[in-house]
Design a protein around this ligand. Structure first.
Ligand SMILES: [Zn+2]
Length: 100
């Protein structure tokens, strides 16, 4: 038998960008478009027990991605491995190319 009761529940009403504080639901659509940056550090790391989660709008996500690519370029430029541009940096799906 089901015993019915009315309960209040919290729902995600919107996701705001952690960089620019804009809503990620544009044009009256209730379908937020955002990217996430997540980390959960555990034993052996300097940040053991810390977890992070950022939500970024499309514009801020791709600016952050560009910043990371620039950091990668600066890190590898003078290393023994050398620097090779990677146009698919971080991409795991899309753009009609098979990614590995
Ligand atoms: Zn933003």
């Amino acid at each position: 038998m089901k015993v019915m009761a009315k309960k209040e529940v919290d729902v995600v009403a919107d996701i705001r960008c952690d960089i620019c504080d804009e809503s990620t639901s544009k044009h009256g659509c209730h379908c937020p478009q955002f990217g996430t940056v997540q980390a959960q550090w555990s034993y052996g790391s300097h940040h053991d027990g810390e977890a992070f989660e950022l939500h970024l709008c499309e514009s801020c996500f791709f600016q952050a991605l560009a910043n990371l690519q620039e950091q990668r370029r600066g890190t590898l430029m003078f290393s023994e491995r050398g620097y090779e541009p990677n146009p698919d940096f971080g991409r795991v799906q899309g753009d009609d190319q098979e990614l590995v």
